[in-house]
Design a protein around this ligand. Structure first.
Ligand code: NAG
Ligand code: NAG
Ligand code: NAG
Length: 355
């Protein structure tokens, strides 16, 4: 309540004394044009038309893809269709997607609205898939067990918590332990829009465990993608509207300490980490205005960054792919497997390229 009051007063004050539009445009990188960077042999994946907004590739080449996100203010090409989780085997020459069946009669498929996903593999090689879900625009985290033979997901549990009101992405560090980004502080759509317009940076990151839930980092201008280094010692958080990726040291008690921050000229969305090299692959929105205010005549482009040696004094940042929206609208995530790059989008198709 105190924050609602503060917001009301601040909003009034700012509306009178300051024009927020220019800082808003800067935060959304509104004037950025895309200089194309091409890759050879790119193919759109058949069967993905309504988003591939998060994906994760297992070490054996199986990829999970969340599709069909409905998110306030963001375009959807399948507004009446529930979301789904797709599976792709990247070892195939011309991989196709298959929709994973969800088994558990009590799970409500009609309101399934998957967003960020993360996997956890235990000592017995059981693969758990954790999925951020927005049934009726609420936020839950769904825990599934992957059943490879049956090509299905067994729903085990729905996790809700008051510190998880607006979950965007998660990184699992156990079947029921994860870090999660909340991309907004407010749940109410009207307050959310003011929160973003004014750049209040009240978005935050939570550690969740069954016995302990705590805020571990805060004051983000839209906390978005989150991931962890292969050795489990560092956590990476993408701050979308500040164009930053923060590197945190993770402690045994789950708290995080900020080590360094990298700044970019693009809106950083999802981060995936190459388990072999430790490189970060980031799906980016070069121009945020075009992704938040979709116009088919002036579509959002796509951009993928690779960050090498992030922990050293001189990380190397490469634009691996960039395109103005002719082929792929609004890249959100990118990940590599055996010399190939799989690029997912917020609400459009998915592209598979040779590197
Ligand atoms: C967590 O661990 C870190 C590093 O050891 C320490 O600095 C911090 O005080 C601890 N925080 C809590 C709340 O115990
Ligand atoms: C987008 O890029 C394509 C290929 O580089 C080019 O043909 C097209 O004119 C560009 N469109 C805009 C609107 O810049
Ligand atoms: C895992 C993750 O960060 N998912 C994000 C991918 O991109 C969409 C588009 O902005 C975000 O909304 C997701 O949170």
């Amino acid at each position: 309540m105190a924050k609602v009051m503060a917001l009301a007063l601040l909003g009034l004050g700012l509306a009178v004394f300051r024009d927020h539009r220019s800082s808003y445009q800067t935060r959304l990188n509104a004037f950025r044009e895309v200089k194309p960077v091409e890759l050879p042999n790119c193919n759109l994946i058949k069967g993905i038309e309504t988003g591939s907004e998060d994906l994760e590739i297992l070490p054996n080449g199986l990829a999970f893809i969340s599709s069909g996100l409905k998110y306030p203010g963001i375009k959807s090409f399948g507004p009446d269709k529930p979301g789904k989780i797709l599976l792709m085997d990247l070892n195939e020459k011309d991989p196709t997607v298959l929709e994973l069946k969800i088994t558990e009669s009590a799970f409500d498929l009609s309101s399934f609205n998957p967003h960020g996903i993360s996997t956890f593999t235990d000592e017995d090689n059981t693969v758990y898939l954790l999925v951020v879900n927005h049934p009726d625009f609420k936020s839950t985290v769904e825990l599934f067990k992957f059943q490879e033979e049956e090509k299905s997901l067994l729903h085990l549990k729905t996790i809700r918590h008051k510190l998880l009101p607006n979950v965007n992405d998660i990184v699992a560090i156990g079947p029921e332990h994860f870090y999660a980004t909340n991309d907004h502080y407010f749940i109410d759509p009207y307050l959310r829009s003011w929160e973003i317009y004014l750049g209040l940076a009240w978005s935050y990151v939570v550690f969740y465990g069954p016995n302990e839930v705590q805020v571990v980092a805060d004051s983000f201008d839209f906390a978005n993608g989150i991931n962890i280094s292969p050795d489990g010692k560092y956590v990476y958080i993408a701050e979308l509207l500040a164009h930053k990726i923060h590197v945190y040291e993770k402690h045994a008690n789950w708290t995080l300490t900020l080590l360094k921050t990298l700044v970019f000229d693009t809106l950083v969305d999802n981060i995936s980490v190459d388990r072999a090299t430790g490189d970060l692959w980031v799906g980016c929105h070069p121009n945020g205005m075009k992704i938040f205010f979709y116009d088919s005549e002036d579509p959002p482009g796509s951009e993928v960054l690779r960050i090498q040696n992030i922990l050293t004094e001189e990380p190397k940042v490469t634009v691996v792919y960039a395109e103005n929206g002719t082929t792929l609208l609004g890249s959100a995530v990118a990940s590599v497997y055996k010399g190939k790059l799989l690029i997912g989008t917020v609400f459009h198709k998915a592209l598979y390229c040779e590197l």
